[in-house]
Design a protein around this ligand. Structure first.
Ligand SMILES: *Cc1c(COP(=O)(O)O)cnc(C)c1O
Length: 403
């Protein structure tokens, strides 16, 4: 065993003895440092990061402008409480409100927290109108987070059942089932909360009909439309928000994952009317909107502007999906290629996704596997055409030779 392997083994031993066993057996890899789409492990090997920290590393690893912005802010002030104003928070709020076409912003620390805030805001909105509404409609197979309310909002009982009693008021409809949605949304519905591409359950896009119907029903009943863009946002699907691609407009949108390029952050953005759901004292967060995370997010957004990363995700994604679909035509082991922009699920016709993930790892590529048959990729939006060529070539080889 060489020293690199000894180091990894030491880390794995500590993890297995001391870390809560929430992740089971992980991929035997520990990054030491990165550069763009590449991660270098403690094993001394280089890997192409096609999962990007699950849609987090939007501008790649060790991106100079982001590192510098974080260091500069840390050298000035990392944290101050929300008793006071802070410049990066105010600037980021303005940026995000503009991206939403107006409204108000609350910044927190994670996706679950952003969705938790959105649920509270929607309930608070009706409470303040003196006509409380509690019912929140979500989709089966969705994923909205791990807090009690967001795990309950998640339409997969395995995430919430063991932790009962659960918050009340959540009702579920099968994703893309318009008839069920129609009967579920009534005059006492508080909110409809949806992902437009369900990420965690296999990269499954909402149909145009389902998305438009959700918007229409919310308009008719006054229910708030909450779109969870924690994974689909930040240009991932080729528009800054995936809802733009559907021609709908939510009352509340949530962001997290890629927003600060890897520094923990979450945000909810609400239109002016809906934002009245919170009055002073109703919501807050110690770390939420802290100067460090907000400075990182501003640096990420400025890289987006300089490099037109949203348009890039659209172009690269279109090309990548087309090429993967062509490969699927020639290879019976690939059943379907789903997704939009750089959020892509490749469903195999054989239940070997976990195996393929490990084989790709051996070839030097980090990809995700969902269930038994879907490979998921969420690469940095800064990935180059040449790097995508390398990935496609090796992925197709791996499908042909390894499984
Ligand atoms: C990741 C994710 C969340 C939860 O975000 P955390 O930061 O892990 O709390 C919620 N919704 C969607 C769609 C996600 O992809």
């Amino acid at each position: 065993m060489d020293t690199h392997d000894a180091k990894l083994k030491h880390i794995m031993d500590l993890d297995s003895q001391y870390y809560l066993n929430t992740f089971g057996k992980r991929v035997p890899f520990c990054p030491d440092h990165g550069d763009g789409v590449w991660l270098y492990g403690t094993d001394g090997r280089r890997y192409m990061d096609m999962i990007g920290g699950i849609a987090v590393n939007v501008v790649g690893h060790a991106r100079t402008e982001l590192t510098q912005a974080i260091c500069r802010q840390a050298g000035n002030v990392i944290h101050c409480s929300n008793y006071y104003y802070n410049e990066p928070q105010a600037e980021l709020a303005a940026r995000l409100a503009t991206s939403f076409g107006g409204g108000r912003v609350f910044i927190c620390n994670s996706g679950a927290e952003a969705n938790e805030g959105a649920i509270k805001l929607a309930r608070g909105y009706f409470y303040k109108k003196n006509s409380p509404r509690t019912k929140i409609v979500t989709a089966l197979q969705s994923f909205h987070g791990r807090t009690l309310a967001t795990a309950t909002a998640t339409g997969q009982p395995r995430y919430s059942e063991p932790f009962a009693p659960l918050p009340e008021g959540f009702v579920y409809v099968p994703f893309n089932d318009c008839e069920s949605l129609k009967s579920a949304v009534t005059d006492d519905t508080c909110a409809v909360m949806l992902e437009l591409i369900q990420g965690e359950s296999g990269v499954r896009p909402a149909s145009q009909e389902f998305a438009s119907l959700a918007a229409e029903l919310c308009k008719q009943t006054g229910a708030r439309l909450i779109i969870d863009e924690i994974q689909t946002g930040m240009g991932r699907t080729g528009s800054f928000y995936a809802y733009e691609g559907y021609g709908i407009k939510p009352d509340i949108v949530t962001l997290a994952k890629g927003l600060a390029g890897g520094v923990p952050i979450g945000a909810l953005i609400a239109n002016e009317d809906t934002s009245t759901g919170f009055a002073p004292g109703d919501h807050g967060s110690t770390f939420g909107g802290n100067p460090l995370a907000c400075a990182a997010a501003l640096a990420v957004l400025s890289i987006y502007d300089q490099e037109s990363l949203v348009r890039r995700a659209a172009q690269l994604g279109r090309d990548l999906i087309n090429r993967l679909r062509e490969a699927a035509d020639d290879n019976s082991k690939i059943k379907e290629v789903r997704g939009k922009g750089l959020m892509i699920g490749i469903e195999l016709s054989v239940p070997r996704a976990q195996e393929l993930k490990h084989k790709m790892f051996e070839r030097g590529f980090l990809v995700g596997a969902i269930g038994t048959s879907t490979i998921r990729i969420l690469p940095p939006l800064t990935i180059t055409e040449e790097e995508l060529d390398i990935y496609i070539d090796q992925f197709i080889k791996s499908v042909q030779e390894d499984i």
